[in-house]
Design a protein around this ligand. Sequence first.
Ligand SMILES: NC(=O)c1ccc[n+]([C@@H]2O[C@H](COP(=O)([O-])OP(=O)(O)OC[C@H]3O[C@@H](n4cnc5c(N)ncnc54)[C@H](O)[C@@H]3O)[C@@H](O)[C@H]2O)c1
Length: 364
Amino acid sequence: MQSPRLGTVLVTGGAGFIGSALSRELAPLSDRWVVLDNLHPQIHPTRQRPDALHASAELVIGDVTSSEDWDRVLTLVKPNVVFHLAAETGTAQSLNEATRHASVNVVGTTEMLDAFSRASHVPQHFILSSSRAVYGEGSWQRSDGSIFTPGQRTHSQLAASQWDFAGATALASESRRTVPAPTSVYGATKLAQEHILRAWTNARDTGLTILRLQNVYGPGQSLINSYTGIVSLFSQWAREGKTIPVYEDGHIVRDFVFIDDVVSAFAAASGRQPHEDDAPFDIGVGGQATILDAATFIANYYSAPTPEITGAFRDGDVRHASCDIERSKAELSWVPEWPVERGLSALQEWIGAQIEAGEPHITS
Ligand SMILES: NC(=O)c1ccc[n+]([C@@H]2O[C@H](COP(=O)([O-])OP(=O)(O)OC[C@H]3O[C@@H](n4cnc5c(N)ncnc54)[C@H](O)[C@@H]3O)[C@@H](O)[C@H]2O)c1
């Protein structure tokens, strides 16, 4: 991993899963590490500063949608580098709480930029934690070799158990060749964040790096947020000897990327000189695992019953999400080091330790 000296850093949403892990790696390499986070109760049930946040991090409790909170933060700190992580992250939840997702993810981003304009301060580098959700179903290939963007599976298609796009196979997404086509409100708001930050940073001649993260998992992920973190949820069920229910036919595909590999990608991004025409970087392991694969591994780990394929579905769920990481590896000088089975085992050990220590969890 590169170890750049970072100067003064501001991290929005920096008390969450990824932000806390990032603080442990990068706060010691910065002159100041300031976190703006509202300690959202869905992630932080006790509303206390998380132990996982590095001791040197200065936590400002505030909301990215509040201009007053922004002015307060920018009086305190004039960052060189901004990691923009604050977000409402529930993909399925965003269908029913669209305004909340748009408010935090879109308006929260514009409030941040307006605050920098009011403070007459332009950071040298913004690093956005974007998502594979911007691709939706991405690109698929027919048997004749032609490539198409299938768009969203409709409710009636899913109700008829038509899980795949007939006669076609999914391609790994790559930001320079896959057209974004979000199938969730969440995905649409993450894409909006990318465009808003690109417009602002180009106009201000400053740097932007966008990381499109696949499914991040690992120690530190919320044990109580039932809307995100499927791996954590599966683990808690299996640990109690319950049968893990698996949606559709079990063959939903994901690229599970371990938290340490995501942290090293952010570190690599922060250590490089951004270019105005940088395409977003795809961050995964470049692998493809079905949800059934992950559920089976976790069930076996605990000698729990075989996972049950339920045929249930969620509107807006993407059938296939994986990415091509070759360009990210080459241009970020970054290599993911955690194969899924090793990462899943490390997560189980952490979950066990948390539950034994009395930490709140979903099945408690
Ligand atoms: N975890 C993943 O699998 C994943 C995948 C792709 C992208 N991302 C993106 O990475 C970022 C961080 O994700 P995470 O997994 O650490 O999520 P998280 O929910 O653990 O952390 C988000 C943090 O943002 C804070 N927050 C929420 N609303 C806020 C608001 N209005 N004002 C200030 N702070 C607020 C929360 O309190 C929390 O500490 C998000 O932008 C998310 O979209 C995550």
